[in-house]
Design a binder for this molecule. Structure first.
Ligand code: ZN
Length: 336
């Protein structure tokens, strides 16, 4: 059991795309109208925890701006603020967690002096992934969720709202966080990790990761990512190379060395073609060598023909008809 947040050193100043909901919540808080039990719903990896960290720092920051520099903000960054409890779990929130929540909220908060006046700080419990709450824990928490003590806040997050217990769902105010725009997500990724991928490559990674920058970072940092890059290049060779031999070699490598199934390959190619299609229409000039090289011949007629080919191939897979990437390569070579 870990009471501190895993990413307690995460800097919410790198947070992008959520300024407007944050401002809205800040104004609700300062006017005393912020709901006491909140659930933030949003896809996995879009930065819900960072968002909640920014929100809670608004509660405690000495000048109310989540400055990231003052004593309370630094305590929050270290995950050591005494009024705030992060409850996390790898598997299930159990009755012990519910007990911890109640114990924390039962304690009177310390008073601090703000502009010459003494006032009590809020007591707060954050529980990310609240869909992991089991029935017993939920039952234990019901009364607290229904009638929270004055000056306390309970903040939940989830990326699986359908798995939420009804008893919990009916007692929270839900707030939907939508993924940040592509340009901001790319800036976020570049701010968090060192990567030499082009903007267009990052954009496609986003589109295959539910538009979630956190997911993309995870993928780039994973062991398989170098393989992914090679597969990507081979796939483009297979589709776009002028020589049939290059395409066949690429196909062979994909099946033999990288064990890519034809179905998976068809899916990847479809995503790539969709992106190229969008780029052609928008007249954008991405830094993608294959796109530049293939653009003159990549007219809508060819693209449509390829899409039909892909659809046929995908409809065959699973029917027992033997398909392989070599066939795919030949098909692309023939219809080019
Ligand atoms: Zn501060």
């Amino acid at each position: 059991m870990n009471q501190k947040n895993h990413d307690s050193t995460a800097d919410w100043h790198k947070l992008v795309g959520f300024q407007s909901p944050l401002l809205k919540l800040q104004s609700l808080y300062t006017s005393g109208r912020l709901p006491q039990v909140l659930l933030f719903v949003g896809r996995e990896g879009i930065g819900k925890r960072l968002f909640v960290r920014a929100l809670t720092s608004l509660f405690y920051c000495e000048d109310g701006t989540a400055c990231g520099q003052c004593g309370p903000c630094l305590d929050l960054k270290r995950g050591e603020h005494q009024e705030l409890l992060w409850l996390t779990t790898e598997k299930t929130f159990k009755i012990e967690h519910a007990q911890q929540l109640q114990d924390h909220l039962a304690v009177q908060s310390a008073a601090i002096q703000v502009k010459g006046q003494w006032r009590r700080q809020p007591r707060v419990v954050v529980m990310p992934d609240i869909d992991r709450l089991n029935h017993q824990a939920a039952n234990r928490m019901l009364k607290t969720l229904e009638e929270p003590n004055d000056n306390t806040f309970i903040i939940f997050t989830t990326s699986r709202p359908k798995q939420l217990l009804d008893t919990v769902r009916s007692r929270v105010i839900q707030w939907y966080l939508i993924p940040p725009p592509v340009a901001e997500s790319i800036a976020l990724i570049r701010g968090q990790i060192n990567c030499d991928l082009s903007d267009s490559e990052l954009e496609r990674l986003l589109s295959t990761s539910g538009m979630a920058p956190g997911k993309v970072i995870e993928r780039i940092q994973s062991q398989q990512f170098d393989d992914e890059q090679v597969i990507e290049r081979l796939m483009k060779d297979l589709i776009f190379s002028r020589g049939t031999q290059t395409a066949m070699d690429a196909a062979k490598q994909l099946t033999k060395d990288y064990q890519v199934s034809v179905n998976d390959l068809a899916k990847r190619i479809e995503l790539l073609l969709n992106q190229y299609y969008r780029w052609s229409f928008q007249g954008s000039k991405p830094d993608d060598a294959y796109f530049k090289q293939s653009q003159p011949s990549l007219d809508p007629v060819v693209l449509r023909r390829w899409r039909e080919t892909l659809r046929t191939i995908r409809s065959f897979s699973g029917t027992g008809v033997p398909l392989n990437p070599q066939m795919l390569a030949e098909t692309f070579a023939l219809t080019r």
